[in-house]
Design a protein around this ligand. Structure first.
Ligand code: AMP
Ligand code: ZN
Ligand code: FE
Ligand code: FE
Length: 289
């Protein structure tokens, strides 16, 4: 069984439609895929239709923008009731923050001398990758990576902060919505200092179910083994995934990292417990025998 629990579509900053992500997952030989667009469930219905068509197991999820002690943390949430009022209120704030940031970002880039316009950005859930694509289209940079390195990462001229939910608050909201949470790439891109073993222990106490261990942002195999050890010590489930973004991210091909079947089963167990405790109607795994 090949299981990939983290992918993006055009519902956020991937480049394939939700149905295309599912079809590409089947073509890549995966048995299970999770669609986890940033801060939205809007791709779910199209993905469900495609999964039923191709006979792939689909986990409905999202990757939620949170913050912990001033640092951005991406929180994967699975099998949650996306209509839970407390959850949707928080997601609406995040989505509004995404929209509100774009004019400031464009203004900052223009002030830095780049010819780029607000009209270049046309995305339902805008993020810096869309701004990066505009900079590529106008010939300012070669690709998204260069756009982040030169213009869009924190500390660069085009970086503008935005609203994110509190990490512990969001872990609680997802539980209230009957879902389970896994921290995405916890030690990727310099986040190691934020999510120490002690912090992860606190989060496990707050209801976190797992951490994503096998991920391209954890380039050093020793980092993965250390995280795997922490997960084992804390009773957290260790997952692995591609964080596929279509053509939007190099070296993140579907199935480049996967979650082992026992970990997946453990996650589904936790989800069933969370769903029962919440009293919410949660989405089933599509196509699960
Ligand atoms: P945003 O939603 O605006 O916070 O942007 C986050 C998205 O940008 C995520 O999909 C990241 O994978 C992507 N991203 C973050 N840093 C980089 C980078 N240095 N190069 C390419 N993509 C990045
Ligand atoms: Zn993304
Ligand atoms: Fe992420
Ligand atoms: Fe992601």
């Amino acid at each position: 069984m090949r299981i990939d629990l983290h992918t993006h579509s055009t519902a956020s900053d991937g480049t394939l439609l939700p149905g295309e992500v599912v079809r590409a997952a089947a073509a890549a030989g995966l048995d299970v895929v999770a669609l986890t667009d940033h801060d939205t469930s809007s791709g779910w219905s199209e993905a469900v239709l495609a999964a039923e068509e191709v006979g792939l197991e689909l986990v409905r999820g999202m990757e939620i923008s949170t913050r912990h002690r001033g640092h951005g943390v991406h929180l994967l949430a699975y099998l949650l009731d996306a209509t839970h009022p407390g959850l949707t209120a928080e997601l609406d704030l995040i989505l509004a923050g995404r929209d509100d940031r774009i004019p400031g970002t464009i203004a900052a880039l223009r002030a830095a001398g780049l010819d780029v316009e607000l009209g270049d950005i046309d995305a339902p859930v805008p993020g810096r990758p869309h701004v990066a694509d505009a900079l590529v289209a106008r010939g300012h940079v070669a690709d998204r990576d260069e756009a982040f390195a030169r213009w869009l990462s924190p500390g660069r001229p085009g970086y503008v902060d935005r609203y994110a939910a509190g990490l512990t608050t969001m872990i609680g909201l997802v539980a209230a919505a009957g879902g389970v949470t896994v921290i995405a790439h916890p030690w990727g891109r310099g986040r190691r200092g934020t999510l120490t073993a002690d912090v992860l222990a606190e989060l496990a106490g707050a209801g976190l179910s797992g951490i994503e261990v096998d991920h391209q942002d954890h380039t050093d195999p020793d980092v993965r083994e250390e995280l795997r050890g922490i997960a084992a010590d804390l009773g957290l489930i260790a997952t692995g995934s591609s964080d596929f973004h279509g053509a939007g991210k190099q070296n993140h091909e579907l199935g480049c990292h996967t979650t082992d079947p026992d970990s997946y089963a453990a996650l589904l167990d936790r989800a069933a417990t969370a769903a029962a405790a919440s009293g919410r109607e949660t989405p089933a795994v599509v196509g699960r025998p």
